[in-house]
Design a protein around this ligand. Sequence first.
Ligand SMILES: [Ca+2]
Length: 294
Amino acid sequence: MKLAAALSLLVLAACGGKPAAPPANRGGAAGHVPGDVDGDGRADQVSFADNTVTLNGQSLPVPAWDFTAAGARVVELGGQAVIAVESEVNEDDLTWGIIQHDGAGLRWIGDVFLGSEPGAEDIPGDGTIHATTGNCGQSTALTYTIRPGVIDKAERTTGTYNPDLCAACPYVLVDTGAGLRFVGESLRNLAGPDRAAEDALALPVLAAGQRELVVVLEEVKPETTYLDALSVDFGGVRVAPRACGAACVVDGAPEVFTLGQRRRFVFDVPAGFAGAPVLYARGYYVPFAPTVAR
Ligand SMILES: [Ca+2]
């Protein structure tokens, strides 16, 4: 009895007392006001300019990102509100960078791929964000759970894998000096060595006086790229990258990179060139072995 009484006192000591105020308005805090990011009990407005997000006098520059930030807005997730930094929409690749208020300030915690503008059903109010993506004849349901300081991602793939239905890759980005900007995809639909070919992609118009062009190829899907050769056409003048390893010449010996890997190429811009150069890539890609549909 004596021990039990002591234990119950311990429990009281551990559980009683005045509850501490939540450090910020996140993680399902009681009394949460919809749209309140910083936990002061008032719904917030966010502004976005010069690649920087500002809320109630606190600012956070968007960190190095694979996308160009186009705007920001407050998103209510249910029990917490966050700032969503919207990427420029390229084809079907809308991505949000997520910023939380951690009690002291704004904090970038990662990004979530959405594809297209989410509907109400994609943000059901339980702290999650949902998206659906598809490739190779399969559909993948993505669920992002926004927790303090971290984004948990879960995915479930259904459907039958068909390599003939795989979308193209890799991604092509250019370095604008202020970060990488998505331009498009290369080696489109060239799945498998039998389809090896050259394809062209118009790049953005160069800045006046720009003397070098930085192109990044990134493999973002479950596949391996075999890049035999890469060049840029500047108004009829074909230029090879400064250092390009196996990707310099058309010889059937490719530069190989796979999911999550990047290759960076620097091209010298011919003097006097103005306008939009064209990127030529020769090669193909091979999707990973089929994933198990569940
Ligand atoms: Ca507020």
